[in-house]
Design a protein around this ligand. Structure first.
Ligand SMILES: Cc1ncc(COP(=O)(O)O)c(C=O)c1O
Length: 399
């Protein structure tokens, strides 16, 4: 049959995009009648703790600046605040805010745009599996093909870089990392990060380390390490081949501000800035001022961690002995093994009016299996009371 001309003119790579996990979830729930009790959503990873008042006030105080075009590179003060934060958080005393830092409108757009700037058509883009869905879409729309690194209980939910075939390394332009991981919460330690940097040198690829959950951890004395910190430990102050992605969304409960940054290799960021100038993704000036205030304060971040700590303790205590689940190393997700993730999600919704996300929707079939199939993802973003109520109902469901 002859295709409509408009259809033929569309980018054919669009055909390769999968429906987003929440579209799959809506289909799974379609037609089901849930139990008659208030709905609790543990499915969406959207922070629900209140945004800090001082950030809201700073945003409002700068609304007059909406009448100016912002520069893509961002204000010196914003890059300066981010540089100070990187120094304090990761010990990066040599970081240069002028060449090694760029503001972005949330890590989602930056993770997507990065592949467009870095990956050449026909190359391989490596990513964990399960994974944040943007990595795959970014690779496909860049004309590259994704290669999935299964993260299973056997691998400690970390990618097994030793299992990557030589031909895949040869064609690899870009590798996405997610540490702390969504959905598993697993971390790569500094040794693993250093080994990965050695691989990047050997096979000539760029590492994009998505660290947007790095500030949600449990032990105040043991924050998760980051890729640039591993660079510093290697004496690699130019951060060659390494770029990290950070966000205010989870750290500061500001998902609606759309504010984050990328930092790392100045040569890569110079080209990325050129790409972004054409793409047109400068951050509005009031958002930049609000972001400066947020990056310069740690008190609200500590309070935020305390809220999550309390929720994880209460929920895990209630679920103890009824679900195969343990505390993540960081982040705000639980990743319990439930057997049939889709069946579990469907029945939990029907019997208890709780929505969780089947792990299979966050992963792809690779090496003969879908590493998310036996899992569901639960985001502990609701209030303490709602999370406890959800845990109580899940216990009743499992019992
Ligand atoms: C792993 C991961 N990376 C990036 C993002 C995007 O966050 P934002 O664009 O709000 O910075 C998310 C959001 O849920 C995420 O889970």
């Amino acid at each position: 049959m002859r295709r409509h001309k408009k259809e033929r003119l569309m980018n054919p790579n669009l055909e390769k995009l999968q429906p987003y996990p929440f579209a799959k979830l809506a289909k799974l729930k379609a037609g089901l009648v849930p139990a008659d009790q208030p709905h609790i959503a543990l499915s969406i990873g959207e922070p629900k703790h209140p945004a800090p008042d001082f950030v809201r006030e700073t945003l409002v105080a700068h609304l007059d600046q909406l009448s100016a075009y912002p520069a893509t590179k961002g204000l010196d003060d914003l890059r300066g605040a981010i540089g100070d934060w990187l120094r304090a958080r990761f010990g990066l005393e040599h970081v240069c805010p002028d060449t090694q830092v760029l503001p972005v409108n949330g890590t989602r757009e930056a993770l997507f745009a990065f592949a467009q700037a870095v990956a050449s058509p026909g190359s391989r883009v490596l990513m964990p599996n399960p994974f944040y869905q943007i990595y795959e879409g970014a690779a496909l729309l860049a004309g590259a093909s994704p290669f999935f690194l299964n993260c299973t209980a056997q691998t400690g939910f970390r990618p097994d870089f030793g299992a990557v075939p030589a031909g895949v390394w040869r064609d690899c332009d870009l590798l996405y990392l997610c540490t702390p991981g969504n959905p598993t919460g697993a971390l790569l330690d500094e040794d693993a990060l250093r080994q990965l940097i050695d691989l990047a040198d050997r096979h000539d690829f760029i590492i994009a380390s998505d660290e947007c959950y790095s500030e949600l951890y449990f032990d105040e004395d043991a924050p998760p390490p980051g890729l640039l910190q591993a660079c510093r430990a290697m004496g690699r102050n130019d951060f060659s081949r390494c770029v990290v992605f950070h966000s205010l969304s989870k750290r500061s409960n500001l998902p609606g501000l759309r504010s984050g940054f990328v930092a790392g290799d100045a040569q890569v960021l110079e080209k990325f800035l050129l790409y972004r100038t054409y793409h047109g993704c400068a951050m509005p000036l009031p958002h930049q001022h609000a972001s400066i205030a947020a990056w310069r304060d740690e008190t609200h971040v500590k309070e935020n961690r305390a809220l999550y700590r309390e929720k994880f303790a209460a929920v895990l205590e209630t679920l103890d002995g009824c679900l195969d689940v343990s505390a993540p190393e960081a982040g705000f997700y639980l990743w319990p093994r439930v057997g049939d993730g889709e069946g579990f999600a469907r029945e939990l919704f029907r019997q208890q009016n709780i929505t969780v996300l089947p792990g299979s929707f966050l992963a792809r079939e690779s090496g003969g299996s879908n590493p998310g199939r036996e899992y569901v993802r639960m985001a502990l973003v609701a209030t303490l009371e709602e999370c406890i109520e959800a845990a109580r109902r899940i216990r009743a469901f499992c019992g």
